[in-house]
Design a binder for this molecule. Structure first.
Ligand SMILES: Cc1cc2nc3c(=O)[nH]c(=O)nc-3n(C[C@H](O)[C@H](O)[C@H](O)COP(=O)(O)OP(=O)(O)OC[C@H]3O[C@@H](n4cnc5c(N)ncnc54)[C@H](O)[C@@H]3O)c2cc1C
Length: 388
C-alpha cells in the first residue's frame, strides 16, 4: 500500500472510531449558511482532533503539524468530507494565518501563535474588507499608529467571517499617514477581546449571521504583533490570499457531489427528472463537477511547483458559478413549493439554503469579474484596466 493509501486508511479509521458518542450528532453540522449550528460542540470536536494530532496536518512537524504531503492532505480532506464530519471552526487560523506566519512571521510570533492554532485554543478572522475596500482592497482606510510599544488601530472592517466567534483578527491597516494604494499598509495581529473593538453581526439572506462589521476605536496591540515590515503588509496580505485556495477545495468537492446527488434524488422522487430541460441541466452539472475536479488537480500541481498560477482564477470562477447554478437547479427541481418555508419554525430546507448561500460564492475570495481581470492582465497580457 502506498503511503497515501496508508494515510487515507488511518484518517478513515480514526474518524470512524471517533465520530461516535457525544460527537456522532455532529455529522453534517455547520458549514456555509449554517455556521451557527452546534458551534461550541464543533469546537470541542476540533480540540479532540487536535489532541490526536489531526489539525494542521499539512504544516511541518516542527510547527505542530504532521508534515503531510499534498496528496496526503487531499486524502485527509476527502475522507473528512466523506465521513460527513462537522464543518471546521479553526480553518481561518489553520489555512490562512498559520501558513502566513510560517512564511513571514518571526520566531517569537510562530512560538506565540502557532501552537494555539494547532490546539484550537485561539480562533482567527480575516480583517481585509471595508465599506470602500472590497475588490479594491488597496483602498483600505483603517489606520494604525505606533504609540510607544503599542499599535493603536482605528477604522471599520466589514464582512468579517466568524469575527463573533474569534479571539484574534489579522488586520490590513494603513500605518504610513498620507500613503495611498498598496504602499504604506501593514499586517497587524489584533486581539478582539478589548474595549476598543466592537463586533456587530450582519444578517444574511439565509437569516443567519456568519459575518460581521468590526469597529476598531483605539484598539491596541503590541508593537511586535506586525507580520512583515511596517508598510509592507500588502505583500503579506496577498500571500495569505494565495493560501486561501489550498487543498481543502478537494474536500469541498465531496460536499458539492453530495449536494448534486441530493438534487438528483429529489428529481427522481418528485418527477422533475422527466422534464427534458431539467435532465439536461442535471447532466451538465455532473459534467461541470468533473471539470472542477480536473481544474483543482491542475491548480494543486501549480501550488506544488511553488505558486498557484492562473489555474487558481479559472478554478475559482468555474466552481463558484457552477455552485450558484446548482442552487438555481435545486430550486427548479423543488418546483413552486421551493419558494415556501415548510412551517414553524420556518427553517430553510437544505436546497433553499444552498440556493441562497451560493449567491455569495461568486463574490467572496475575489468576485468573478476580478478573477477575469486577473486572467486578462496576467495571462493574456491585455493592458491594465483603467482606474479612476
Ligand atoms: C460570504 C462572504 C464572506 C466573506 N468573508 C470575508 C472575511 O472573512 N474577511 C474579509 O475581509 N472579507 C470577507 N468578505 C468580503 C469579500 O472579500 C468582498 O465581498 C469581495 O472582495 C467583494 O468586495 P465588495 O463586497 O466590496 O464588492 P465591490 O468590490 O464593491 O464589488 C461590487 C461589484 O462590482 C464588481 N467590480 C468591482 N470592481 C470591479 C472592477 N475593477 N472591474 C469589474 N467589476 C468590478 C464586483 O465584481 C462586484 O460584482 C466576505 C464576503 C462574503 C460574501
Amino acid at each position: 500500500m502506498s503511503s497515501v493509501e496508508e494515510f487515507r486508511t488511518e484518517v478513515r479509521s480514526w474518524l470512524h472510531d471517533n465520530l461516535t458518542g457525544e460527537f456522532a450528532a455532529l455529522r453534517g453540522r455547520g458549514g456555509p449558511g449554517r455556521e451557527h449550528e452546534a458551534f461550541a460542540e464543533r469546537l470541542a470536536w476540533e480540540r479532540h482532533m487536535a489532541a490526536a494530532g489531526w489539525t494542521c496536518v499539512g504544516w511541518p512537524a516542527e510547527y505542530g503539524g504532521r508534515g503531510a504531503t499534498l496528496e496526503q492532505q487531499v486524502a485527509f480532506h476527502e475522507e473528512y468530507a466523506l465521513a460527513d464530519a462537522p464543518a471546521r471552526v479553526g480553518h481561518i487560523g489553520e489555512q490562512l494565518l498559520g501558513p502566513t506566519l510560517i512564511a513571514f512571521g518571526t520566531p517569537e510570533q510562530r512560538d506565540r501563535f502557532l501552537p494555539r492554532i494547532v490546539a484550537v485554543e485561539e480562533l482567527w478572522c480575516q480583517g481585509y474588507s471595508e465599506p470602500d475596500a472590497g475588490s479594491d482592497l488597496a483602498n483600505v482606510r483603517t489606520r494604525a499608529e505606533l504609540h510607544g510599544d503599542e499599535w493603536v488601530v482605528t477604522g471599520q472592517k466589514i464582512w468579517t467571517s466568524l469575527a463573533h466567534e474569534s479571539d484574534w483578527c489579522f488586520v490590513v491597516a494603513r500605518t504610513e499617514p498620507g500613503s495611498t494604494r498598496h504602499r504604506g499598509l501593514s499586517y497587524l495581529l489584533v486581539p478582539l477581546d478589548q474595549p476598543g473593538v466592537e463586533v456587530r453581526p450582519i444578517t444574511q439572506l439565509t437569516g443567519t449571521s456568519e459575518f460581521n462589521e468590526v469597529f476598531f476605536d483605539g484598539a491596541r496591540t503590541q508593537a511586535s504583533d506586525i507580520v512583515g515590515a511596517p508598510g509592507e503588509g500588502w505583500k503579506v496580505a496577498m500571500a495569505t490570499l494565495g493560501f486561501e485556495r489550498g487543498v481543502s477545495t478537494l474536500g469541498q468537492q465531496v460536499g458539492f457531489r453530495r449536494e448534486l446527488e441530493s438534487v438528483i434524488e429529489l428529481a427522481k422522487r418528485n418527477g422533475a427528472a422527466e422534464d427534458p430541460l431539467i435532465r439536461d441541466r442535471i447532466a451538465q452539472a455532473w459534467i461541470g463537477l468533473e471539470i472542477i475536479r480536473g481544474n483543482a488537480l491542475r491548480m494543486l500541481d501549480g501550488v506544488a511547483a511553488g505558486a498557484p498560477g492562473p489555474e487558481a482564477s479559472i478554478g475559482k470562477i468555474f466552481w463558484a458559478t457552477w455552485h450558484r447554478e446548482l442552487g438555481e437547479l435545486a430550486m427548479d427541481v423543488c418546483g413552486a413549493g421551493g419558494m415556501l418555508a415548510a412551517g414553524e419554525p420556518y427553517d430553510l430546507t437544505d436546497w433553499q439554503r444552498l440556493f441562497l448561500f451560493s449567491r455569495s460564492d461568486t463574490i467572496y475570495a475575489g468576485s468573478n469579474e476580478i478573477q477575469r481581470t486577473v486572467i486578462a492582465e496576467r495571462v493574456l497580457g491585455l493592458p491594465k484596466e483603467v482606474r479612476p
